[in-house]
Design a binder for this molecule. Structure first.
Ligand SMILES: Nc1ncnc2c1ncn2[C@@H]1O[C@H](COP(=O)(O)OP(=O)(O)OP(=O)(O)O)[C@@H](O)[C@H]1O
Ligand SMILES: [Mg+2]
Length: 390
């Protein structure tokens, strides 16, 4: 069984796209944001000028009739195939030049799959950013629903971290991936019309040939609440091990839910362990619970670091990342914003020195202060009492 699909709630539905606000921001690539009118109907969504409508016949041809050799992935909502399409469809200057694509074919399963498919088309049809996977187009042909994405040659982060035989990722690559993914989430959260991603996990972080990370799968994404309100849903959607505890308990969905999931992925990057691993002894199955006591003590941290790193990482950077993961997976009110998480991650590549052997302490007061203050307290060699319960 694909472990990440275990907690997809069967028969659950996502909220109507009609709830979307009127505007969605698009990243222009030059630090500027452009506001586009948000689509209100299925017809509007599908007529996005950025997307190409493919016929089923053409995608069948492009994937060699969905040949098993073309299969590159399998998820809860269908199979993913590698394909080649004519560049002219994507506005290539030279007609006849082929472009590699990933074609996701949804299982014929009715309404639920259609809503997620439409949500994906809606968000990726409008949001363009180097850290979001590019959607070239879609196919809606009878019962067939497909999505055509840019092909990400290195596949998912999940594959690199957990698949047997995968070449171990270096420390520098892990941090690069974390920074890229954090940039993607920050864009979503900081857009004028905020987007909550809701399904942040290692299998949804795709990697290009240079290990640049891009978020995929916007099927569960949701426009953020306006004003002081938050979404409260009776149907909790997401993936076991990654979904924030308060969201599971109350259905209350905020950007802090994505921050929690980010913290879980950061722990996966540090430890090389899955968010949930049922093959481990009971007390080690949940990564957040198991790793918590080790995250804030430099000496203990070694015990949870991925042995595949073979100790090849700057201890100070690992310690900072572990503290950050701890903060992200703490109670919602003391979790940092994604922009703060990103600022901290961006410091990691510059950290090459070891720190003194004192364990850190996170104080209640420091947690509510800005991220930099929190971290400066964490690093202080003068503080040597163990982490307090927070
Ligand atoms: N654009 C792409 N380029 C390359 N590989 C891809 C692409 N999109 C998906 N894949 C591969 O296909 C796999 C399955 O993706 P999919 O999104 O269908 O399911 P999942 O993320 O593994 O699980 P879930 O259904 O819970 O989201 C991914 O993990 C990845 O390995
Ligand atoms: Mg996915």
């Amino acid at each position: 069984m694909h472990p990440v699909n275990a907690a997809k709630v069967p028969g659950a539905s996502i909220h109507s796209l009609g709830h979307l606000s009127r505007t969605v921001l698009v990243y222009s690539g030059e630090g500027k944001h452009v506001t586009l009118p948000a689509p209100r109907s299925e017809g509007d969504i599908l007529s996005s000028p950025h997307l190409k409508a493919f016929t089923f016949k053409y995608l069948k041809y492009a994937t060699r009739n969905f040949h098993p050799d073309s299969l590159i992935g399998e998820g809860g909502f269908g199979n993913v195939y590698i394909g080649r399409i004519d560049g002219q469809f994507l506005g290539a200057a030279r007609p006849g030049s082929g472009v590699m694509v990933a074609v996701k074919r949804l299982k014929a399963e009715g309404f639920q799959g259609h809503k997620e498919w439409l949500s994906e088309v809606n968000y990726l049809g409008q949001l363009h950013h180097p850290n979001l996977v590019k959607l070239y187009g879609y196919c809606l042909d009878g019962d067939n629903r497909l999505l055509v994405y840019e092909y990400m040659p290195k596949g998912s982060l999940e594959k690199h971290l957990f698949c047997r035989g995968a070449h171990p990722l270096s420390w520098a690559t892990r941090i690069k991936v974390a920074i890229g993914a954090a940039q993607g989430l920050t864009l979503l959260h900081d857009s004028k019309q905020q987007v909550i991603y809701r399904d942040f996990k290692a299998s949804n972080i795709l990697l290009d040939s240079e290990f640049n990370a891009k978020l995929s799968d916007f099927g569960l994404a949701k426009a953020g609440p306006t004003g002081d309100r938050s979404h409260v849903s009776t149907q909790v959607l997401g993936t076991e091990g990654y979904a924030a505890p308060e969201y599971i308990a109350t259905g209350r969905l905020t950007t802090k839910c994505d921050v929690y999931s980010f913290g879980v992925v950061l722990l996966e990057l540090l430890s090389g362990r899955r968010a949930v691993d049922k093959t481990k002894p009971r007390e080690e199955q949940n990564l957040v619970e198991w790793s918590r006591p080790y995250l804030c003590d430099r000496r203990k941290l070694l015990r949870i670091m991925d042995t595949k790193l073979a100790g090849q990482y700057p201890k100070r950077a690992a310690y900072t990342a572990a503290n950050l993961a701890l903060q992200c997976t703490s109670e919602a009110k003391i979790r940092p914003q994604m922009s703060e998480v990103l600022s901290t991650l961006e410091l990691l590549p510059t950290m090459t020195h070891s720190i003194s052997s004192s364990p850190c302490r996170l104080e209640r007061k420091s947690i509510s202060s800005p991220m930099r203050d929190r971290l400066s307290i964490s690093y202080s060699p003068m503080i040597n009492s163990p982490l307090r319960d927070i």
